[in-house]
Design a protein around this ligand. Structure first.
Ligand code: PLP
Length: 396
């Protein structure tokens, strides 16, 4: 048989989705890759707990395998897990969800975010999100066909979105407001009064809301208040919760979304074709987390809190102005006094002192002049990194 066309195929990029080819790679990944190549690095880079998952969770998950449960679950996730989630949300925050049709179990909050966006966006719809903000939001909004509409926040307002900042970003295209508190990368959270202000904006502009509250278990000051607990917001909000951070389960890939049944059903339709179901072993683990590991989660929170107190004080003492964050496990120090931009600072710090931090610019242009440091790492490493950063800035 004759090969008709043996030209080398070289235009694959032209065949791929334009929205993906043009998508910038995550600014965080570049630093993870550099860190992975070297063993001498003290890292404040990766945003994940240093704890191993609590033993009761591991035991229950292993037991499920031993009992031979190696099958798919229903698309929405085990009903018993959804019931446990509903009970958890009601006990902690007094918000009620029907486990039958108002909760879906997902592959991490990551999948929940993607599903909620794809289920709600028509081409050209505007999605408002805070900047600096979690790296996934703007690329996922674009891939879903939406227009990413940035709400600028700043250190002088503790990186919180207020009415005037939201009002500057909103236009007639705007349909969805993205919330994330406690926030990655700044740790900022909201009081009831601040949430009420956001809620009146939402009502005034007739928006629907995706509220990523994956760090809700890691709130240090006041109790966390879900956005859906604010009067009038439940019927227009999808609440995202997870196990990765609060229960130290990042590798298990399990999370959930709770919201109005129409929106959850639309998300379920995409999920049933693209994912079938979340991993069942992780679902058993998640149910055990809510039933048996809440005390472990509280202990981990106390440990992060004392590390936060240490690192905020230490950074302020070495001259890098740092806001005391209300939640999550990140600080977002101001490095403008060094005269370096955040990328150069992070790269040079890695080269000169083997300490990994993430440049603030990876979280949006409003993050320029800052670095993100994750303090969910052992105290000894926090002390070493503070010492090295002190030496590094004294030499600049
Ligand atoms: N949302 C935020 C704000 C995060 O910081 C992260 C992880 O860093 C995620 C979602 C992803 O969570 P999951 O591990 O549940 O997919």
């Amino acid at each position: 048989m004759q090969i008709i066309n043996n030209h080398k195929f070289s235009d694959l990029n032209n065949r791929l989705a334009k929205s993906v080819v043009e998508m910038p790679p995550s600014g965080i990944r570049e630093f993870f890759d550099l860190v992975a190549q070297r063993e001498d690095i003290v890292t404040l880079g990766v945003g994940e707990p240093d704890f191993v998952t609590p033993q009761s969770i591991i035991d229950n998950a292993i037991e499920s395998l031993r009992n031979g449960f190696t099958y798919y679950s229903g698309n929405q996730g085990f009903l018993s897990l959804r019931e446990a989630i509903a009970q958890y949300l009601e006990e902690l925050y007094q918000v009620k969800y029907n486990p039958k049709d108002e909760i879906i179990v997902t592959v991490g909050v990551s999948e929940a975010v993607d599903l909620a966006l794809r289920a709600a966006i028509n081409p050209g719809d505007g999605v408002l999100y805070g900047s600096p903000g979690y790296v996934s939001y703007s690329p996922l909004i674009r891939v879903a066909g939406g227009v990413a509409q940035k709400i600028s926040t700043s250190a002088d307002k503790a990186f919180k979105m207020d009415y005037s900042a939201m009002n500057l970003a909103v236009d007639e295209k705007s349909k969805i407001l993205f919330l994330n508190y406690p926030s990655n990368p700044t740790g900022a959270s909201y009081t009831k009064e601040e949430l009420l202000n956001i809620a009146s904006f939402v009502q005034e502009k007739n928006l629907i809301v995706i509220s990523d509250e994956i760090y809700s278990e890691l709130s240090y000051n006041d109790n966390h208040i879900p956005f859906s607990a604010i009067d009038g917001m439940k019927e227009r909000t999808v609440l995202m919760g997870g196990f990765s951070k609060g229960f130290a389960m990042t590798g298990w890939r399990i999370g959930y979304a709770a919201g109005p049944k129409e929106w959850i059903y639309a998300m379920l339709k995409i999920h049933q074709y693209s994912m079938l179901c979340a991993p069942t072993i992780a679902q058993f683990g998640a149910e055990a987390a809510l039933k048996y590991a809440r005390a472990d989660a509280l202990k981990m929170r106390e440990s992060y809190k004392s590390r936060r107190d240490f690192i905020v004080k230490a950074f302020n003492e070495i001259g890098l102005k740092t806001i005391n964050p209300e939640g999550a496990f990140y600080i977002f120090p101001d490095i403008k006094s060094t005269g370096l931009d955040s990328y150069t600072f992070a790269k040079k710090l890695l080269n000169d002192e083997s300490v990994a931090v993430i440049p603030g610019s990876a979280f949006g242009s409003e993050g320029e002049g800052f670095i993100r440091c994750c303090y969910a790492t052992k105290m000894e490493d926090l002390q070493i990194s503070v010492e090295r950063i002190r030496r590094f800035i004294s030499r600049l």
